[in-house]
Design a protein around this ligand. Sequence first.
Ligand code: SF4
Length: 337
Amino acid sequence: MTTETAPLADAADSGTPEALLSVHDLGMTFPGPRGTLRRRPGVRAVDGVTFDVRPGETLGLVGESGCGKSTTGRMLVRLLDPTAGRVSFRGQDITRTSQHRLRPLRSRFQMIFQDPFASLNPRQTVQQIIAAPLRAQGESRARIRAEVRDLVQLVGLAPEHLERYPHQFSGGQAQRIGIARALATRPELVVADEPVSALDVSIQAQIVGLMERLQRELGVAYVFIAHDLAVVKHISHRVAVMYLGRIVEIGDKRQVYDHPAHPYTKALLSAVPLPDPVAERTRERIVLLGDPPSPANPPSGCTFHPRCPKARARCRTEAPLLTLTAPGRQAACHFPE
Ligand code: SF4
């Protein structure tokens, strides 16, 4: 992956009028397991998440497995209903809109899933899969056929693939089909949930390159979810880092990668391989102790404190707020870099 995307203007603040998507104080608490007498307290999987996505930009959403990034992604497109906060699309609050009233908007935001095979109906041909969102819009048969032919070529497949079934494709090709389906209605926003993590590294680069090209050609915005900072670096204009259900750092890509403010971001970045072998050999690697704590039983104060190399007494009692640490970048740390 060699292409770098030009950074957009600073968009770390929330609620900017030109935002395509505005997320404010978003939360998801899953019901706790049933105890012998009553239900145990709920699990707060996402808590107080706030960010904007501007038209045509990519926001990378990164964090270890279980940090709440996929739950957040699903709430953005209302595949999950948030238990707190607000999601607005083009200024319209869609948080509690009924699924029926949401239907006309659905074509404008779509999702790409991690496992392309699990998300494609094995009994349908590629033609039927890609045509489904267009049929739902009531397009004519002739229009749908023409559109589907255009879409397969747009994602680098051939017209003869249209009559085949998902199992006849490689993982990378199947993800191209998923991308074509997501783009069929020409959405303004696509939430891509770990779209390359199930693929070989060489194929990952091709899919990320394809998504970058499609963004340039179609102007679509992405929320690109990944656990690997190396993957999102090349496609993102801005990056948000999540830990235990909260955003701990968000900002312009160059700010976050070149001068990370949060110790967690710093640790994640120290594990990203460097292209220069000398720099790679001599770099400082920060190894985090232990696994992320369970969201069912989060640590007090700053939830990162049991693993943080910079933790002090204050960190154990007082939760840091996400605050501006530099133009275009916010971090939730009492002692940011
Ligand atoms: S607030 Fe303290 S524990 Fe949390 S990240 Fe900052 S230094 Fe580490």
